[in-house]
Structure formats: C-alpha cells, structure tokens
Design a protein around this ligand. Structure first.
Ligand code: CMC
Length: 390
C-alpha cells in the first residue's frame, strides 16, 4: 500500500502511551508508577502493588483493607466451574487449564461485563484477582489427582493460595512464613512489565471491547510460550537435562553457540534489557536465601550458577548482550517450595494478572484508543485471473 513500515516483532514501534510502568533497558531500570522495583519488592505486598498498578497511587490503609476484603469475598468458584475441571484430562498442562477456565468465567458472568460500565469493570477486576489463584490451585490439584479445597478467607491472598495448593482434606495446613514471604516477593516482581507479548495480547483483544475475562484468557495463552513466561519451566528442564545427560555446562554452552538443534540458553536474553534484568538480580538474591531457609539443597542451583558464570564470560553472550532474565532463577525457588515445573508459568500468570488488568483498564478508559489493527507488507502474487481450464 506504500504507507506501511515493516517492524517485525514491534522492535521499534510504540503501540500505545502508558502511565503504568517505566523501563530503561540499557540501565536495567524498572519502575511501577514511578517507584523503583527494588523498593516495591522490599516494602509492599502483592495486593498493595496491584492497587498501585491498577489505580495509579498507593492505597490508604482503608482502601487497601476494603480491596483485600472485597477480593476475599469473591474467592469461591461457581460449583459448575468447579465441575468444569472434571471434563479436562488429568495430564493437561495447567496453563491450558488456566486459560480455558478463565475463558469460561465469561460464561458465568455474561450479565455483568459491560466494558463501558465502571462498576462492572470493577467487579471483573475483583473477581479475576480473587478467582485466578483458586483456578490455578485447582489446575495443580487436578494434576495430582487430589480433592480441591475450598478457599479459606481468613487467610491472606498468598497464604490462601499456598493452602489451596499444598493443603489436603486430611490434615490441617500449617503456614510456613518463609514460603509466604518468598512467594509474595516473586509475585510482586512479576506484576507488570509494560508492553510484553502477553500484555500486548490483552490490550489487542481488549481493544475490540471484548470483556476482561476473554482478554486475560488470551493473555494467559500468550504467556504460555517458552520465549515468554514458559521460559521458567523450560529453564528447569534445561538444567535437569544438563545434569542427566552428564555432558557438562561447557558442552551445553557450545551447543547453544553453534545453534545446534536450535537450542537456546533458556532464561537468558531479553528484548529490552541489554545490561541486566533488575528482577533477575532480586530473584537471584532470593534463591540462596529461600533454599537455605527451607533447608533445601539443589544441585540444579549449582548448575545454574556455573552456567551463568560460563555464559557471562563468553564472547557469544557478551557481544549479543545476553544476561539472565527474571525466569532464570525463579524455577529453582518454585521447585524448592514444592511446585511441579508445570506450575511455574501459572505462578507467573498470577503475578502478572494486576498488570494485565491495569493495562486493560487504562486502554478502555482512554477513549482515544482505537481497535488494534496492524498493517502488513503484502508479498504474495500480483492480481491474476482464475484459470478457465480448471
Ligand atoms: N540463547 C542463545 N542465543 C540467544 C538467546 C538465548 N537465550 N537469546 C537471544 N539469542 C541470540 C539470537 O540467536 C540472536 O543471535 P544471532 O544474531 O546470531 O542470530 C541474538 O541473540 C539476538 O536475539 P533475538 O532473538 O533477535 O532477540 P529478541 O529480542 O528477539 O528475543 C528473547 C528476546 C527473550 C525472546 C530471547 O532472548 C530468547 O529467546 N530467550 C530465551 C527465552 C527466555 O528466557 N524468555 C524469557 C524472557 S524474560 C521474561 C518473559 O518475557 O516472560
């Protein structure tokens, strides 16, 4: 058409203005609503950060209390949605279960999801924050063949989630504060990351005025892939493969550099961060601390540390500015907490939910936002006539 500029992968094209998250990739800076991620992770909670991202300012004590209470009131799933899990195969990947069940939320709340009605948008926000952890825990329980627990609304957001995952019908669940604190911190680090692939997906779907459940179900699907959120599961598989093959870290790095079978160093590299990923730095700090506090010794952590060291001193990675990203060490911590690798990306999804909601709302409030509709450069056949001899 003559007016399109090709920017495959949106490397140079801003799709929107946004006031939520600031990233400076060269300097390794990440800020939520202006607050440095290091300070947020040190001082905040998951829900307080969610409020900050969604509403733009820190909540007062009363606002936070009422936000928390409203979320607790909405944790129960419709009984029919509980039974929805029965129809899925036991070995289904929990990310597929998650996106399906969140998509299915639309079917339960069709009457209350007018995207132009502020009260209904608020209700969708609260429901998603309340129900996603429950759906996630059911996906986990389903894969174990264990009975689902009902949410315990006397517990905080994170503790309720841990109980739903690790509690059983047979015994009382004892909260481990080390686990709660570590998970809270990891979830905070994942809460938003401006226009990443899944958030862009949520915005694109939302730009058609599709409801929040459908938009976020699509975001979960985008997060599933190993180049995005799926990397945390892929990292653990890679570390286990290195251990089990006995090939050693140096040989594995050679394979990556030679691009043998397209093998990549999972958990390394980032489209935006070209010096370091500030989240990775914070996660790495946590890894040692959490493993020590939980009394877990994991040889995969040693392999990860060696891999990082080899890669960071190798010309291939230096010249391409490839550094560990947020996904490099999270899996080791999640594993120490007792989550199976297939749940790692689900944990990322719970963490990212406030960011997806904040972006969906920002876009819908901005009346100037148009439906997302990229251009293309057509490279197919020129016009031709249908063959008459067919
Ligand atoms: N291992 C080996 N080589 C790599 C890697 C890697 N992890 N990442 C990039 N490269 C190479 C790539 O092959 C290319 O080399 P060459 O110029 O010789 O062809 C060069 O570095 C530039 O890479 P790119 O693919 O153009 O970079 P991108 O910005 O399009 O991709 C990325 C970013 C994150 C998809 C990519 O680095 C990657 O695939 N990393 C592994 C998966 C991963 O850890 N993803 C999680 C990202 S952070 C959290 C999240 O988003 O969920």
């Amino acid at each position: 058409t003559g007016y399109s500029t090709l920017d495959s992968g949106f490397v140079n094209t801003a799709a929107t203005k946004s006031a939520i998250t600031y990233i400076d990739g060269d300097q390794g800076i990440l800020r939520y609503r202006g607050y440095p991620i290091e300070q947020v992770a040190e001082n905040s909670t998951f829900l307080e950060t969610a409020w900050l991202l969604i509403y733009g300012e820190l909540p007062t004590a009363d606002e936070l209390k009422s936000f928390d209470e409203r979320i607790r009131r909405h944790t129960l799933l419709h009984e029919d949605l509980r039974r929805f899990f029965d129809a899925l195969p036991a070995n289904a990947h929990p990310m597929s279960v998650l996106s399906s069940a969140v998509g299915a939320l639309s079917t339960f709340y069709e009457d209350t999801m007018d995207v132009h009605d502020a009260a209904q948008v608020e209700l969708q926000t609260i429901r998603l924050l309340a129900k996603l952890p429950v759906i996630a825990a059911y996906a986990h329980k389903k894969s174990l063949g264990q009975a689902f627990l009902y949410p315990d609304n006397s517990l905080s957001f994170v503790d309720n989630f841990l109980k739903l995952n690790f509690g059983t019908m047979a015994e009382p669940y004892v909260i481990n504060p080390v686990l709660s604190k570590a998970l809270e911190r990891l979830l905070i680090l994942h809460e938003d990351h401006e226009q990443n692939a899944s958030t862009s997906t949520v915005r694109l779907v939302g730009s058609t005025e599709a409801n929040m459940y459908s938009s976020i179900s699509a975001g979960i699907s985008a997060l599933y892939g190993p180049l995005h959120g799926g990397a945390n599961e892929a990292v653990l598989k890679m570390l286990a493969d290195i251990r089990d093959s006995g090939q050693g870290v140096a040989r594995f790095v050679e394979r990556v550099k030679n691009k043998e079978d397209g093998v990549k160093l999972m958990g390394f590299g980032h489209r935006v961060y070209k010096n370091y990923d500030p989240r990775a730095k914070l996660v790495k700090e946590s890894a040692d601390e959490v493993l020590a506090a939980l009394g877990v010794k994991d040889e995969l952590l040693d392999i990860a540390l060696e891999l990082e060291q080899v890669a960071l001193s190798d010309e291939y990675f230096i010249s391409r500015r490839l550094y560990p990203n947020v996904d490099f060490y999270t899996g080791i911590i999640y594993k120490a907490m007792g989550f199976p690798p297939r749940m790692f990306t689900v944990l990322f999804a719970i963490g990212r939910l406030p960011g997806w909601i904040a972006h969906w709302r920002e876009m819908n409030l901005d009346k100037a936002t148009k439906i997302g509709r990229p251009q293309q450069l057509y490279i197919g056949s020129p016009a031709r006539d249908w063959p008459t001899d067919r």
